[in-house]
Design a protein around this ligand. Structure first.
Ligand code: NAD
Length: 501
């Protein structure tokens, strides 16, 4: 039987996508469109407008025009709107999960897992609504004497270009838009060309919640021309980007001319460190392999794709990880028993298969997987869960972000070696520490050069800062740190007498 997602298109009432500029849905000026092919079946799912420079110009102009009123909107009105939107998201969660499955092939089963869910996106809006009326400053006494005071104010940074990847569109949409809107910024949003339809529906719901025209505008299309036009636009005050390190570097270059503010959430090669005193080595292995295979098939920035395992529990770890690999099911993303999705496109499929070949050349031991899935899955971009044991930490498969269902396992002898290997990477997004010893857990967590360290597992939530050290990014999303990143800090100096200070 051939896999098809076509009937779902009709069921979800999917229409071709348009740009959203100044509260109006419309085609691109030059009529350009993009055709989206489904990653699990190769079928055409639908199309959407490709924004060129003139469309981006309109969107930035609309955001700039809307800024004065939105940045001065009463706190109470902004709070209510953000909460209303959070409720609308919850009401439409099933529909949005369906649209996501049509976009990026993430199965419905995984679309409900909190860390990538509509629920977490809604909670992020509720969380950031809470900061709106708490954006206070300081009142400082004179330092050298004189009769004056200094006051600080948090003010919105201005027009934000928010650029999303395809892999977790609900949560990443929310982790950018919720703090930006809470702070009083206006936004030009560019979704990934591989996850556009669900994002357009989320924007539709913003309008339904009562967001004024021009506060959020959407330009759809690929990096070139749409993304390039957006990052080059002088009317953008801040670029908030989540995606690959390569595009992150390009954004830093593009922002250099006008010194726009930049936040970057980039890739990772995060280690799971499993000590000999871990309470449940099997569970550590299943958690690690699960994150590299389930749902996104390893296309998750923070997945622990490098397992550093103490020699005494090494075989136990490999057995359990292999067992987990055997449990992963593939197929129709709308089938609730399907646990993992395809790679997003053929370029990514080639990249992952290329890395697997490199792993073989580098003489790591292939324990399981290593091939493309066949049969009814042959039209999709599916790769079998893959484990390389005895990998050299300096080798390509242990250093490069593969963004596929591939785990590299490296043995270690003691804690010092584990920390050294863990930090021996250009990235610094996440890490996991598995140990039954609380002192060791803190000692190692503090020694790791990574933004998010989980001890014996981890749970992402909207109020905790998330982001990377080193080449994994700049800045943090989630919580107060994210809200502040959409503000400028202004100091007002006020003499209290007619004397000059
Ligand atoms: P990508 O860098 O290819 O694309 C991300 C976005 O940038 C897309 O919207 C794309 O159209 C746009 N883009 C591409 N070229 C551009 C250009 N020249 N100018 C402006 N915009 C451009 O990444 P992807 O494949 O969508 O996502 C995978 C990457 O994202 C991985 O590296 C992953 O680790 C990273 N990621 C990081 C986080 C995090 O929070 N740290 C979360 C999810 C994904």
């Amino acid at each position: 039987m051939t896999l098809t997602v076509q009937p779902r298109r009709e069921e979800l009432g999917l229409k071709d996508g348009l740009l959203y500029v100044d509260g109006r849905w419309r085609a691109a000026h030059d009529g350009s469109t993009w055709t989206h092919r489904h990653p699990a079946t190769g079928e055409t799912v639908g199309g959407f407008a490709v924004a060129g420079a003139p469309d981006v110009e309109d969107a930035v102009t609309a955001a700039r025009r809307a800024f004065d009123a939105w940045s001065r909107e009463r706190a109470g009105a902004r709070v209510k709107l953000l909460h209303r939107y959070a409720e609308l998201l919850r009401t439409h969660a099933d529909e949005l999960r369906g649209l996501q499955a049509l976009d990026n092939g993430v199965p419905l089963s995984f679309g409900g897992i909190y860390a990538t869910s509509v629920d977490m996106a809604a909670d992020a809006f509720d969380h950031h609504a809470g900061w709106v009326d708490k954006a206070g400053g300081q009142t400082l006494p004179p330092y050298q004497g004189g009769d004056h005071i200094a006051m600080t104010f948090r003010e919105p940074v201005g027009v934000v270009a928010a650029i999303l990847p395809w892999n977790a569109p609900f949560v990443l949409f929310a982790q950018k838009l919720a703090p930006a809107l809470a702070a009083g910024c206006t936004v030009v949003l560019k979704p990934s060309e591989y996850a556009t339809f669900c994002v357009l529906r989320m924007v539709d719901l913003l309008a339904e919640a009562g967001l004024p025209d021009g506060v959020v505008n959407v330009v759809t299309g690929p990096g070139d021309p749409t993304g390039e036009a957006l990052i080059a636009h002088p009317g953008v005050d801040k670029i908030s980007f989540t995606g690959s390190r390569e595009v992150g570097r390009r954004i830093v270059q593009a922002s250099a001319g006008m010194l726009q503010r930049v936040s970057l959430e980039l890739g990772g090669k995060s280690p799971a460190i499993v000590f000999e005193d871990a309470e449940d080595v099997g569970l550590a292995a299943m958690t690690t392999m699960g994150a590299v295979t389930m749902g996104l098939s390893g296309q998750a920035c923070v997945a622990h794709t490098r397992a550093l395992v103490h020699r005494t529990v090494y075989d136990e770890f490999l057995d359990a990880a292999q067992g987990m690999a055997g449990m992963i099911t593939y197929g129709d993303p709308f089938d609730p028993s399907v646990l993992a999705g395809p790679l997003i496109n053929e370029r990514q499929l080639d990249r992952v298969l290329g890395h697997i070949s490199r792993g073989r050349e580098e003489r790591a031991r292939l324990v399981i997987g290593g091939e493309r899935l066949a049969g009814e899955l042959c039209a999709g971009n599916f790769v079998a869960p893959t484990i390389f044991a005895d990998a050299d930490n300096a080798s390509t498969i242990a250093q490069e972000e593969i963004f596929g269902p591939v785990l590299a396992v490296v043995p270690f002898a003691d804690e010092e070696e584990a920390v050294r290997l863990a930090n021996d990477t250009e990235y610094g997004l996440g890490a996991g520490v598995y140990t039954g010893n609380a002192k060791r857990a803190f000692r190692v967590a503090r020694a790791l050069r990574a933004g998010l360290v989980g001890v014996n597992g981890f749970q992402l939530e909207p109020h905790v800062p998330f982001g990377g050290y080193k080449q994994s990014g700049l800045g943090r999303e989630g919580g107060l740190a994210a809200f502040e990143a959409y503000t400028e800090l202004k100091t007002v100096l006020l003499p209290l007498t007619d004397e000059l200070m």
